[in-house]
Ligand binder design. Structure first.
Ligand code: 13P
Ligand code: SF4
Length: 329
């Protein structure tokens, strides 16, 4: 059985076995969690059913903090690969499961480890700040990791004369340069969701809803950020809609977050910011949406696919992540 599961994972990235249609998957997941002392960590970009199923839901920073402190023996990470890698690096002795190994990230993919190593070698007097949306290899080449929640604070904590590299998101890097007055050297990466928003269509939507405020994630391109009323991480955006008296918001980040916004403020209107191509469903991160209830059930049942990293890589990548956690307290 174990062999056939490994073959299945190798061919499609997840355990794909038939499941009895009469099985109550949510009840089974809860039973397996208890039996195996497992916890499900989920990101705000998941579909709403999986957000409701997660034991802990958060942005990248909160998820890393939760992973660092968990007492569970098994962490099932419902998110994308770099998030599960971070959880594994912080818990090398625990089993970290991912519902689908193909749930990657366009930003992380934009910085292959070998090319990034060369880039770092070409900037010998620079410290390296990397956004958490990167591979373990890139983390291991970094001095400190940041998320969109703490990036500004961590960049500001660096001595002014210190030259800096920021990778892999050029949009977040440009935004940080503009608010901190730094001149960080930027790696040329971007998120396939956040770079697809249409300025023209957003302006048209604002004209139709003059009462709506535009809120944006800093992974968006500069023209969108320039007209945004508020810029922040997913958690910051969620907190903001509760605090701002406005009754309507145009939301320029992955549409999964709308589930929590509607829950927090049932009376307010939340409009997903339109993308360049209205037929592509570009507001959804196709990687995040690879997570499904069936895959979570099968992953918990078979304890596969398990995320495996070399001890040596985990040791090197842990240092900049732990630095970030210390600077975020
Ligand atoms: P945060 O949840 O940290 O804001 O990040 C958004 C994101 O793109 C995760 O991949
Ligand atoms: Fe990566 Fe963008 Fe998806 Fe976030 S939304 S996981 S940055 S591809």
């Amino acid at each position: 059985m174990a062999d056939s599961i490994h073959k299945l994972i190798a061919s499609c990235g997840f355990v794909d076995l038939p499941v009895d249609e009469d099985l109550n998957l949510i009840a089974e997941i809860n039973r397996l969690k208890q039996e195996k002392n497992a916890v499900i960590l989920g990101h705000y970009y998941l579909s709403s059913d999986l957000q409701d199923l997660s034991d802990f839901l958060g942005d990248s920073l909160a998820l890393a903090q939760k992973a660092a402190g968990t007492k569970a023996d098994i962490i099932l990470f419902a998110g994308v690969h770099f998030m599960a890698e971070t959880a594994k690096i912080l818990n090398p002795g625990k089993k970290v499961l991912v519902p689908d190994l193909k749930a990657g990230c366009s930003l992380a993919d934009a910085a292959p480890g070998d090319q990034f190593a060369e880039f770092v070698r070409n900037h010998p007097d620079h410290k390296v700040i990397s956004y958490i949306n990167c591979s373990a290899e890139v983390k291991a080449l970094s001095d400190v990791i940041v998320t969109s929640s703490n990036a500004r604070k961590i960049v500001d904590s660096m001595p002014k004369e210190q030259k800096l590299i920021f990778a892999p998101d050029k949009n977040l890097g440009n935004y940080l340069n503009s608010v901190t007055g730094r001149d960080m050297v930027l790696w040329d990466g971007a998120c396939m969701v956040h770079e697809k928003y249409s300025l023209e269509k957003i302006l048209a939507l604002k004209a139709d809803h003059p009462e709506a405020k535009l809120i944006a994630h800093p992974e968006c391109e500069r023209p969108i950020l320039l007209i945004a009323d508020f810029i922040g991480s997913t958690t910051a955006l969620l907190e903001h809609v509760g605090q701002d008296p406005a009754q309507a918001f145009i939301v320029a980040t992955e549409s999964g977050i709308l589930h929590q916004m509607k829950r927090k403020c049932p009376g307010k209107l939340f409009l997903p910011a339109p993308s360049l191509d209205s037929t592509c469903g570009c507001n959804d991160c196709s990687f995040m949406k690879l997570n499904t209830i069936k895959k979570i059930y099968l992953a918990l049942l078979h304890e596969q696919p398990e995320l495996i990293l070399s001890e040596e890589l985990m040791e090197r990548a842990a240092l900049p992540i732990r630095r970030m956690l210390a600077l975020s307290q």
